[in-house]
Design a protein around this ligand. Sequence first.
Ligand SMILES: Nc1ncnc2c1ncn2[C@@H]1O[C@H](COP(=O)(O)OP(=O)(O)OP(=O)(O)O)[C@@H](O)[C@H]1O
Ligand code: SF4
Ligand SMILES: [Mg+2]
Length: 310
Amino acid sequence: MSFLKTEALYKTFKIKKFLIPAVENLNIEINSTDFFALVGESGSGKSTVIRLILRLIKPDRGKIIFKDKNLWEMGKQDLKLFHQSLGVVFQDPYSSLNPRMKIYSLLEEPLKIHKKFSPDEIEERINRILSELGLDKDLLNRYPHQLSGGQRQRVAIARALILEPEILLADEPLSALDISLQASILNQLIQMREKRILGILLITHDLNIVRAVSNRIGVMHLGRLVEEAETKEIFREPMHPYTKILINSIPGFYRRNRNKVPKISTEDRNSWALKGCRFYNRCQYRLDICKKNIPEIKNVNGRKIRCFLY
Ligand SMILES: Nc1ncnc2c1ncn2[C@@H]1O[C@H](COP(=O)(O)OP(=O)(O)OP(=O)(O)O)[C@@H](O)[C@H]1O
Ligand code: SF4
Ligand SMILES: [Mg+2]
């Protein structure tokens, strides 16, 4: 039984009469042993994948399957189990931490919602997660704004992990922090993974992080997964022309400014409008066939690749 997978998942958005398939025909599978990194430039659809998985938005078509059940056909009990089994952390901890609640209450809340814990167990779980994430007990009496950025993000991670989910979904959780803090938080996560079952789906723009921590990578480009393989394979030999560009531009690969209001650049609009491969305009290997035909995902030596070169 697979833990979490998407089947032919589609989500389109409309930006000023222009329909963009932000996630198109996506098939990925994440298990509780994976450290799966989803990478791709701004606007490639990574956060939309996470929002779909969390049921924050409804897919146009396709399925999200959690432990063999369709997320959109589940009853209350299964949904509760689903929410317990998944933790989530976003880039901005303010979005997940109620500013009017003290840290203790923030950590206690998920445990109370799920009701099965005694006061002693709640205390024990809070103390354990604090020490695993290197947080001092003194912080429990403070409000989020009284914490440093690193402490706040650690609290957000602690809250995401307090119910001991099997998978953590993390959308650029560390990119607002400086490098040394990023490294120490990642090390703590890796240590936690050694002690318990914890799969991670990480979205990040930092390929150095991806290389250091993940075991599998999915590369997205304008809504399509273009390559998926083991991390070491991708770094040894990136196959898709787009992956080659990403890998060759380490560190800090090409990052466009993120717009609060969804907008698309003319360059992207031209690429979205292409009938065939959306990387055509930037691809130095392009063939005639690429312009009008959509490359399908193929399995090549155990890797998934979407490109007419293979
Ligand atoms: N609510 C929305 N309404 C309209 N368009 C949207 C909406 N959310 C996302 N989009 C568009 O869908 C596409 C994918 O967006 P998404 O946020 O998933 O990209 P991303 O890969 O997470 O980018 P970033 O790296 O900047 O976070 C973009 O073109 C974006 O403008
Ligand atoms: S399908 Fe064609 S245009 Fe697209 S990446 Fe491959 S070679 Fe380049
Ligand atoms: Mg995003």
